[in-house]
Design a protein around this ligand. Sequence first.
Ligand code: BMX
Length: 293
Amino acid sequence: LGGFAVDLGGTKIAAARIDSGRVVERLLAATDGMAGPEAQMDAMAGLLTRLGHTAGAPLGVGVAGRIDGAGRWCAVNRDTLSAIDGFALQDALRDRLGAATCCNDAAAAALAEARFGAGRDARNFAYLTVSTGIGGGIVLGGRLIESENGLAGHAGFVTSRHAEGPCGSGRRDTVESVAGGRGIAAAAAARGHPGQDARAVIEAAKSGAAWAEDIVATSARAVASLIGDLAAILGLDGVAVGGSIGLAQGYLDRVRASLADEPPLFRPALQAAALGHDGPLLGALALHFAKVS
Ligand code: BMX
């Protein structure tokens, strides 16, 4: 596996050069959540140019938001990427950067974990990213589940008994609204700690602040019950959790502790994403090769 990849999330854009299945060079930039699609393309292309990408080199692009069968890009949570609403990303990438394939960021990571990482021994596998949002990807018998509207796998938009309030998807009481980075920051503000992002809340929890511990524990509980729900629907035998919050020290232990309350049947083997933050990048490039070959 060799070429280039981009992972555009709600908070960060990562671009990487990949050689022999490994990320050998990586650049990061902040995501502008208000920027329109052309500006997002400029940000991605700028990082790729600095990595030595030239038009036509193999390129996989994973983005937050859904990619439909025609390669159009739409935010599901409009609070995260407010100006992304049906942009023809696949065509634009081809025109500007040559050989390229786009997909959802969590779907890419799910595929990479299933093939090369924490899901290698699972037959019915789900990957969840706990990050700005809660993303997901499902791989059954080695096959990534995709839908024409690009929504398949968006597990963060399932409703949760731990949630209470609106979500940028237009639904209410979603897992994402209580467990994702935006939800964590909103909960902190509601408790009198405005301006604290998820990273700051996790730090505060680590140093013993009860309000912060409560918010992070609620996030982990919502993710654990989502895993139980997915196990019921898909008969999962493996789950991996990634993302900047999912991989933060102590988070997975909290999920595991909550999952222990589930009956064994609803408690698939739980692991941290083995590929860490490389998963979405490696998966996007793997999907590119799968689609062009
Ligand atoms: C949201 C949704 C997903 C995405 C997931 C993780 C948007 C903009 N995003 O559920 O498409 O996969 O967040 O994204 O609708 P991240 O921004 O946390 O990396």
